[in-house]
Design a protein around this ligand. Structure first.
Ligand code: HAM
Length: 429
């Protein structure tokens, strides 16, 4: 006998979403889809892999994502591609490729699907994870920032009842004022370089703003004496941020100001934000995003201000109360067919039940009545319809209520109608 084949497991940090989890995931998706469509967004479906350069140019060469977390490969022609680590850059690529920029007006799009980052897996951090992202292109107004921040919080707190979620915001300045801050921060950090962790020592040269985001306490102490972004903000950025804060107050969206929030992607300008759920532990951001007014130009398009966000579904699924999600759909009917003739006739009944919107499953193996009824019980169906030779001869079917155990004979020609009427009283169909 051949040796038993070795089982193959999913790669580390990559998970299956099992059938029992799907209703929860659909519920989460639907909440965002509905709210976004009310706000004028349409869905776009983007490819899973793109030219590597798209990500290096937009996310930034020095970011962790690009420098160490991309799944990149070369095709037979030697071109480098990468599994998408996020959706904003692909969306901007599609926006330009399909001429959305020439259509004028504001473009509002959302997308959802898997993203890939070769991070060290831990609770809430996966190598394949799922995001729903939404982007508004072509509007510089801070109204957009307020509108989307409020939308995210409304879905999370209002619809999905996520407890303890709070919004953190910051302004990262723009291409006019950020270089001044960057230089001042770099100079200040360079003088105390040895006190920083090895990662931050490297960041001082390449990406000093990322030092602000370091989680190590030693670096925090050093940062206490560093200049703050606010001091360097230009008048326009100041005004924009003041409007955003005021708008959130008008809409009664609570927020924390976090001057150390810089985000792990380099394309942001002005407003940057994260929604944090402390119960998640170290990987506590369920959503993040902000304004990226220079990215479209950086990717070869016309100057186009933009704002967007993405929510991480694995993390979201961990913080919602599971019992609020709908349960898995069970069939309404289990069809018990006894004998060859019934197995043939039963096919028509099966079809008629499904056409009427009643979920119906059956046993394929021609087992005994007892065995089939046991399967019916396990299937979660509300009714068993029993069709044997005797019933066929009389043009009837036995309808057994699997909850109460009651049963009665119903004419084959009216059983669908009968179950639909009963279903209404039980809350289905
Ligand atoms: P991000 O902050 O990198 O932003 O990701 C957004 C969300 O995706 C995070 O808040 C988190 O919930 C989830 N996430 C990220 N990495 C992982 C991971 N390894 N495992 C599980 N969940 C993860 C972006 O990706 C930007 N594209 C958001 C954006 C859209 N900015 C503007 N528009």
């Amino acid at each position: 006998m051949a040796a038993k084949a070795k089982l193959i497991k999913a790669p580390r940090g990559v998970t299956d979403i099992l059938p029992e989890e799907i209703p929860l995931w659909r519920w989460l998706e639907e909440a965002f889809r509905q709210e976004l469509e009310l706000a004028g967004f349409s869905e776009i479906r983007l490819p899973i892999f793109e030219a590597t350069e798209l990500f290096t140019r937009s996310i930034g060469q020095e970011t962790d994502i690009v420098s160490k977390e991309m799944y990149s490969f070369s095709d037979a022609g030697g071109r480098s591609f990468s599994l998408r680590p996020e959706g904003t850059a692909p969306l901007v690529r599609a926006f330009l490729e399909h001429g959305f920029s020439r259509r004028g007006g504001v473009c509002r799009l959302y997308y959802l699907g898997p993203m890939f980052r070769a991070e060290r897996p831990q609770a809430g951090r996966f190598r394949q994870f799922h995001q729903l992202g939404a982007e508004v292109l072509g509007a510089a107004s801070p109204l957009v920032d307020v509108e989307l921040l409020a939308l995210v919080m409304r879905v999370l707190k209002g619809r999905l009842k996520v407890e303890g979620a709070f919004l953190e915001i910051n302004s990262l300045g723009c291409r006019i004022c950020r270089p001044g801050f960057r230089k001042a921060l770099q100079d200040s950090l360079a003088s105390v370089r040895e006190e920083l962790c090895p990662d931050c020592q490297r960041r001082v040269e390449m990406n000093p703003l990322r030092v602000l985001d370091c989680k190590r306490e030693g670096c925090w102490a050093v940062l206490a004496k560093a200049p703050s972004g606010e001091e360097y903000m230009c008048a326009n950025c100041r005004e924009h941020f003041a409007f955003v804060r005021e708008g959130l107050e008008v809409l009664e969206v609570d927020y924390h100001l976090n001057p150390r929030l810089v985000r792990g992607l380099d394309y942001y300008t002005r407003t940057a934000f994260e929604v944090v759920c402390p119960q998640l532990g170290a990987q506590n951001a369920v959503a993040g995003g902000g304004r990226y007014d220079d990215l479209v130009e950086l990717l070869g398009g016309p100057a186009t201000p933009a704002f967007g966000f993405a929510v991480g579904f694995e993390r979201l699924a961990m913080v919602v109360r599971q019992e609020l999600a709908p349960g898995i759909r069970r069939p309404e009917v289990f069809l018990v067919l006894l004998g060859e003739a019934a197995r043939r006739k039963g096919l028509r009944l099966l079809d008629a039940l499904r056409q009427a919107g009643l979920g119906c499953v059956l046993d394929y193996e021609g087992r005994s009545l007892k065995k089939q009824l046991q399967r019916a019980g396990k299937s979660g169906a509300r009714w068993a319809l029993i069709l044997g030779e005797d019933e066929l001869a009389r043009g009837e079917v036995v309808c057994k209520d699997l909850v109460s155990g009651e049963q009665q004979r119903v004419g084959l020609d009216r059983v669908v109608e009968y179950l639909c009427a009963l279903g209404k009283t039980c809350g289905f169909a």
